[in-house]
Structures are given as structure tokens and as C-alpha cells.
Design a protein around this ligand. Structure first.
Ligand code: CA
Length: 230
């Protein structure tokens, strides 16, 4: 898989390049937006990691320039968790975002998730496995201990989001943006209600969670109940 990193910060660019190469990815780099755009068009990478704060072109503008010519998955890198900018980046055609500082493992996980969603076929299997739970993004079939679990569309999307970011806290706002494609218009209650339906179908409750743990005031974290007793 080929990855293009567009980032003007030399330290971050070099660290990403090294970390992703260690994971056997082909990594190209660009230090400016225009160099990045040229490489996207010429080299057709499988994924673009794009820093929003570039010296020559505004990141949001660059996303729309790339989108006029390419469907390549774009993961935006940003220095701060600035919601309005992120929402505009996602609305403008970015597929996901990651906030500095981050580890290469986290970046690699996001890349896998974006490729799965994009159906680019880079992953041999489209299924995520968490404990006894198997979630297949291609067939949209979920099984728990081998037994099928019937989920509504948004329930599936929410579960997929949480599973693809296993162990991380996903905020309700992120869930609204990713599953419902809206960050502000819908209330947090939408997420709460779907979460409670999901829990019931997975045979757990908020008071005694197994897979789906609420982090008060922050969001939801999915965990493998077989690991470390959490
Ligand atoms: Ca920068």
C-alpha cells in the first residue's frame, strides 16, 4: 500500500515516514501543499495523510483541489482538536482526521479503517473481531459467539465506528459526524438511544457493560471484554 504524507513539519514528517515504512508501507512525502497535489495526481497513492497547516495552500482548499481529481482517502492531520475546522474538512471531502500528538499505531489503525470504509480492498478481510463479536463491513453481518445479531443501519454504523477505534474514546460529537453526518444539528440523545439499543442487542447494560463503556462526559469506548478485565 502506498501512502503520501503531506506535512511541512520535518520532525513529524520524518517520524511518520519511518514508522509507516517499518509497517511495510511505501511512503512518499511532500512538504508543501502544491508538491502534495502534484504527487497525488502523478503517483496515485492509496491514502493521503494531510496536515491542515501548510505554508503555501490552506488545507481545506487543498482537500477540494484533490477531490476535483481523485477519490483517494484523505486523513487530515491537525494540531488541535478544533471542531469547526474538522467538520469543514470532513464536509469538504476528508475521510477522517487525527489530532497531534499521535502514535504511528494510531495512524496505521486509521489508515486501515479508512481503507475498509472506502472498500479499496487493501484489507483481505472486511471483518473486525472483538472478543466473541465479529463485525463484517462488507456483508454488514454481525455475530456474537457465532449467533447473528440483527442491527438497524445506524446501530451497525455506530458499532463499526466504535470497533474500528477499539480502546479509544469516541466522542458523541464524532459519532454524530461519522454515523449521522452531522455534528451539531442532532442532539447527543440520538447517540445515547442507539447506544442503549446496541447494548440490549449485545446482551449488556450501561450499569454492567462488557463491550461498550461510557466515559462520563466524554464519549464511548469499545473494549474487548476478554482483555484486562475492562
Ligand atoms: Ca503544519
Amino acid at each position: 500500500m502506498s501512502i503520501l504524507v503531506v506535512e511541512d513539519d520535518t520532525a513529524i514528517r520524518t517520524a511518520l515516514q519511518r514508522g509507516l515504512r517499518e509497517r511495510e508501507h511505501a511512503v512518499a512525502v511532500a512538504a508543501t501543499g502544491l508538491a502534495g497535489l502534484e504527487q497525488v495526481l502523478r503517483d496515485r497513492p492509496d491514502v493521503v495523510l494531510l496536515d491542515l497547516g501548510l505554508p503555501d495552500v490552506d488545507g481545506l482548499t487543498l482537500i477540494s483541489m484533490i477531490r476535483t481529481a481523485s477519490e483517494v482517502p484523505i486523513i487530515v492531520i491537525t494540531a488541535q482538536d478544533d471542531d469547526p475546522t474538522m467538520v469543514r474538512a470532513l464536509d469538504g471531502g476528508a475521510d477522517d482526521y487525527i489530532v497531534k500528538p499521535f502514535g504511528t499505531d494510531q495512524v496505521a489503525a486509521r489508515i486501515r479503517a479508512v481503507l475498509r470504509r472506502g472498500g479499496k480492498g487493501a484489507a483481505p478481510s472486511s471483518a473486525l473481531r472483538v472478543g466473541d463479536l465479529v463485525i463484517d463491513d462488507r456483508t454488514r453481518v454481525v455475530t456474537l459467539g457465532g449467533e447473528p445479531v440483527e442491527l438497524a443501519r445506524k446501530e451497525f454504523d455506530l458499532l463499526w465506528l466504535l470497533a474500528s477505534r477499539l480502546g479509544e474514546v469516541v466522542t458523541k460529537r464524532e459519532a454524530l459526524a461519522e454515523v449521522w453526518q452531522q455534528a451539531y444539528a442532532t442532539s447527543d440523545r440520538t447517540v445515547d438511544v442507539h447506544l442503549s439499543w446496541l447494548r440490549r442487542k449485545l446482551g449488556e447494560t450501561a450499569a454492567e457493560p462488557r463491550y461498550l463503556h461510557s466515559v462520563r462526559g466524554v464519549g464511548i469506548r469499545m473494549v474487548d471484554p476478554g482483555e484486562s478485565g475492562r
